[in-house]
Design a protein around this ligand. Structure first.
Ligand code: MN
Ligand code: MN
Length: 301
């Protein structure tokens, strides 16, 4: 593949970031008590497409102690309640250049926990410059969380982004660490602290709604072959939702479930299990994507 000039790459990041920010703000207005998660997710993904971009992953709408990886299926009946912590995490790509952004909203009003995670994100992105150690992010994040009296979710991190690759290279921890990696010019990074009043660890639940292509494997099931083809060709190896298959395949959902199970056990698909805080406490998140150069650009601001 020929590589684009750095200015062209930067323009694409700026474009995807602008759309991601616009769509995030659009999505925020839809989050009201009584509204179904699936309505919100569908409206946001349509809005991404209407703006000339594509979702880089299914819209995540994770409530309360669910930290991430929740996206509703078509028949999901969950509705927003007044006191829910609603984490809206949106990924947009333009030609594979991904903008990743998240925000937490509580319909009854912003509280200290949300304030804390927003402050951490704000202070973290301020220090980013080429050559700055990524361990500086952890120092800032953990010390702010301590001041507020909350815990960082220790096993969730920020990450590097590359074309058609959402999580690549090293991680960007939100806790004190000894990483020797530095921010580099011309690269994009997602900074994403998570805070909680609970223990500060997440674990996989058994619920599974998001997947991505890993490798081709032989399968006798026609529907499984079809899913594998979609995951590679249409979804480009990026994460996709069971909901997308429900729309793109128009087949019985039990057949979809069976095929997905088969593809996971053969190692063809990677499963993104719904992540839950271990002490069942509410988790909040805030995220921006930063394109680094002498004057870094927070593309999703
Ligand atoms: Mn995200
Ligand atoms: Mn991210």
């Amino acid at each position: 593949m020929f590589s684009l000039e750095i200015d062209e790459i930067k323009e694409k990041y700026i474009e995807s970031g602008k759309i991601a920010a616009k769509v995030r703000n659009f999505g925020l207005k839809l989050i009201k008590p009584g509204v179904k998660l699936v309505e919100i997710a569908e409206a946001i993904e349509s809005e991404i497409i209407n703006n000339g971009a594509l979702p880089a992953f299914p819209v995540n709408i994770s409530l309360n102690s669910i930290a991430a990886h929740y996206t509703p299926s078509l028949d999901d009946k969950t509705i927003i309640s007044e006191n829910d912590y609603v984490k809206l995490d949106i990924g947009v790509h333009v030609d594979g250049y991904i903008a990743d952004t998240a925000v937490t909203i509580k319909p009854s009003g912003k509280d200290k926990l949300i304030e804390c995670v927003e402050k951490i994100l704000e202070e973290s992105i301020k220090i980013i410059k080429p050559g700055v150690l990524i361990s500086e992010i952890g120092n800032i994040a953990e010390s702010i969380a301590e001041k507020y009296g909350y815990n960082i979710v220790r096993n969730l991190t920020g990450h590097c982004l590359e074309r058609y690759n959402l999580h690549t290279g090293f991680t960007i921890p939100n806790i004190r660490n000894n990483s020797t990696h530095v921010f580099e010019t011309g690269k994009a990074y997602a900074i994403e602290p998570f805070c909680t009043s609970g223990k500060g660890y997440i674990k996989d639940s058994s619920e599974l709604l998001i997947f991505c292509w890993k490798k081709n494997t032989a399968t006798r099931l026609y529907e499984a072959r079809k899913i594998l083809e979609l995951s590679k060709e249409k979804y480009k190896g990026l994460p996709f939702a069971k909901r997308w298959l429900e729309k793109d395949l128009k087949i019985n959902k039990f057949l979809i479930e069976t095929s997905l199970r088969q593809l996971i056990s053969s190692g063809a698909l990677h499963p993104y299990y719904v992540l839950k805080e271990i002490s069942n406490s509410s988790v909040v998140q805030a995220e921006h994507t930063v394109f680094v150069e002498e004057k870094p650009i927070i593309i999703t601001l």
